[in-house]
Design a protein around this ligand. Sequence first.
Ligand code: G6P
Length: 467
Amino acid sequence: MNRLIVISNRVSPPMGDGPGNQGGLAVALSAALRESSGIWFGWSGEETEAFTGHINFQRSYGVTTATVDLEAQDVEEYYNGYANCTLWPLFHNRVDLAEFERGFAGGYERVNDRLAETVAPLIEESDLVWVHDYHLMLLGRNLRTRGVKNRIGFFLHIPWPPARLLESLPGHGELFDAMLDYDVIGFQSENWRESFIRYVQTHTDATIDQDGTITLGERRTRIVVCPIGIDFAEFHEAANGQTAREFYERMQRSANGRTMIVGVDRLDYSKGLPERFLGYERLLASRPDLHGQLFLLQIAPPSREQVRTYQQIRATLDSLSGRINGEFADAEWVPLRYINKGYPRDALAGIYRASRIGLITPLCDGMNLVAKEYVAAQDPDDPGVLILSQFAGAARQLTDALIVNPYSPDELAEAIDRALQMDLKERRDRWRSMMESIRNEDVRWWQACFTKALAGGQHEPLPEDRP
Ligand code: G6P
């Protein structure tokens, strides 16, 4: 087995067995790293006065992490700037929010180069190198210029934008060209792969084979679709554990017979939260008979708080939630519980199970694992209903959710109403079919799917491609 070197902006060292706060991605990568005696490299999340490239190695639960501190200017230009003010909005269809500063692009190039310089000496001859997400699109190129000849793969966790949008990024051609230094590029969904291929066709002379290999000059890059899944076994254990049970019971008591609808999202403009609130407001306005019968619990932990657009979306939601409660609440009932803090995953599992409806309506989302966790946490005898945006990568797999257009308040209101009325048989049928893909295409399947392609093998076809 080849050793795996995982490189990502954030590094989450494993926290031991058992369910808790750790994300599914960390759990899956930790398992793969442990089995291959690999290394997980990235930014420590800390700042230093002057970049030294000093690596802090740590070993916990059989996994070695290697992290470096970045300068304040690096964090500003690379993380807050190019990654989260330029690429993130552009890749989520929000060119109106994107900032195209040369300083940001320069910081991004500098940090990708610094990280490559630091990690290159750790890479041994037969290692497989796996780079993650939009923060590090140039890293493969920077490793190649340092003579790294290993197989290097890149997985994009977020959408790939339509070619017409990407054209608004100064230097998009160079960014794309650097990506062809990867041997394999993975996407979450067929939609993003199609956009990528369309960009290749309209902006380059590259050829594309039947199996999705792009050839440009001497370089060959294999394109694969590997949707990320949840750690099904771990989440199932969490959902049946003590903390989940406690939260389930607490929520039941607090709901006091009212139907609970839940949404859980990082506080991000791509998640469609104002639109979701407006859809819910539309339902409340048109259905006074529902007043006092239901409530929406929206959990939205703050994210990227240094970035202006995130401060703005927070202010928008503060005002909208205040308006909705001001208009519809009465002395004994609050229709919207809007919370700006996060909960551990095992607590969330209990909250999901207590909710009759999971309302996951991003305007644009690479995958959305909350949708999968909501389904996995349900009681098989009496499962809730998932309402899912057509613009989440997860909608390609969870076709038995109630799929909605998240921009339409009327569609959202109708979908909630339909979910409230759905009989037990239909709820069970839909839930069973969604569970099948969540169980089969879990996070280990995703990791195996990508690393197999990276090692040079055939990657596993998705169910929709299977004969
Ligand atoms: C998305 C990105 C990840 C990122 C996460 C949290 O899921 O695809 O790469 O780590 O958001 O964002 P943050 O900026 O806090 O790392």
